[in-house]
Design a protein around this ligand. Structure first.
Ligand SMILES: Cc1ncc(COP(=O)(O)O)c(C=O)c1O
Length: 397
């Protein structure tokens, strides 16, 4: 069993499969948050003594996130969650009336509704990229990469200005060929921006090649990174830093607070801080750093995803052995998200409740209505066995 698991109070007496919703917080990270909070109080909030501490907390957290993403620190803005990392830069993109947004049909409702609202206000058109139905012949990523590329080529129009796609689809669990798509978009005459929702990929699969190549790569610490809720980040391209305007402008966006009434050409930071806003919760930074360092101790990103894949394959194979269960993917999952349906007298919500009564936690996805169980490096074969036994019992009832 992964030694890291014993540091996760939330997993005591539970079989936990909701990492894609929220990961558990290690006790060590919780202590790091508390210690940071205590230090701030001891130094005195809003004192000369506390500023160097806060500055260093921000710097060391960005350094570590930069290392995880394989980009320079100047391209990272700290955010509160995935959605704000997607929509803050989205609203600043230089759209013209009639531009088109190409968005996949597997995106999270937050970013979809933001795209619809920006389209309404700026008279843009939305096109939908169908990745949901791409579950035929698959390769190692759980999807036929050529099929995705062909679909994007077919869906791009002359006036497409933005493409929105998740790196790892939260419903099917498939990995999108982000690097190949970024390359393809470079050849398009309208030079579309590329926004990638990395909610499910950050700290689950290797991301460096993708995060470095797209315009907006947004994620949170509170899912696969075992961090606290309320702290995320977004990697922005140099092009975004040059061409997109800050949106929710606040004092953190500014190079200096003095002479702000003067007629400066641009008061904003030239780096990703132009998308940061104002006061945020400093102690969370220590919690996220602690969790990221604990993750590093568990192995390289490749070693970690290989472990996750062994567990998800095990779960997928066991699901295939239950006649009334239909896994969504036709082959072993490329990562830790395993979605399926179960033909039963019980509704999906009732199934989730029945399992929860046995302290087994999975979730229902709303659209399509599927069940989803996630495994992480902290999952165990015994947990999987108990989930399978629970599902078999429900199927037989
Ligand atoms: C793919 C995806 N995007 C966005 C979100 C929303 O995350 P947040 O609440 O951090 O904005 C989720 C949450 O489950 C998600 O799975």
């Amino acid at each position: 069993m992964c030694r890291f698991r014993s540091d996760l109070p939330a997993l005591k007496n539970k079989d936990y499969f909701n990492y894609g919703g929220q990961g558990p917080l290690p006790k060590t990270s919780l202590d790091a948050i508390t210690n940071s909070w205590e230090t701030i109080q001891e130094l005195g909030p809003f004192t000369n003594d506390v500023w160097p501490f806060i500055t260093n907390e921000i710097k060391s957290t960005k350094d570590l996130i930069a290392e995880f993403c394989g980009v320079s620190k100047r391209r990272i803005a700290l955010t509160e969650n995935v959605t704000s990392g997607c929509v803050l830069p989205l609203w600043g993109l230089p759209f013209s009336k009639g531009d088109r947004i190409l968005i996949s049909n597997c995106e999270h409702p937050g970013v979809v509704s933001a795209c619809k609202e920006i389209a309404r206000r700026k008279a843009l058109q939305i096109d939908i990229l169908d990745v949901l139905s791409m579950r035929g012949e698959i390769d190692g990523e759980g999807v036929n990469q050529n099929e995705v590329i062909r679909a994007i080529e077919d869906s791009l129009k002359a006036s497409t200005k933005l493409v929105v796609l998740s790196h790892l689809l939260w419903n099917t669990g498939q990995i999108m060929p982000i690097e190949l798509i970024a390359k393809l978009l470079l050849k398009h005459p309208n030079e579309p921006f590329f926004l990638v929702d990395a909610a499910q990929s950050f700290c689950q699969i290797p991301i460096k090649d993708s995060a470095a190549k797209v315009d907006i790569y947004a994620f949170t610490g509170h899912k696969w990174a075992f961090g606290p809720e309320g702290l995320g980040a977004v990697v922005l391209s140099e092009r975004i830093l040059k061409e997109a305007n800050p949106t929710l402008v606040g004092w953190k966006s500014l190079t200096a607070e003095s002479s702000i009434y003067a007629n400066e050409i641009s008061p904003f930071h030239k780096d990703a801080r132009r998308f940061e806003i104002a006061t945020s919760c400093t102690p969370l930074l220590a919690g996220l750093r602690c969790s990221l360092n604990l993750l590093k101790e568990q192995g390289t990103d490749l070693e970690r995803i290989n472990k996750i894949k062994l567990l998800s394959k095990r779960l997928w194979l066991e699901l295939n052995n239950i006649t009334s269960v239909n896994p969504i993917l036709q082959g072993p999952p490329p990562a830790g998200l395993v979605s399926f349906t179960l033909n039963s007298k019980q509704s999906p919500n009732q199934i989730v409740k029945l399992l929860a009564q046995k302290s087994i936690f999975i979730r229902v996805l709303e659209d399509p209505i599927w069940l989803r169980a996630c495994v992480h490096i902290t999952s165990t074969e015994n947990e999987i066995a108990r989930l399978i036994a629970g599902l078999k019992k429900i199927a037989a009832s």
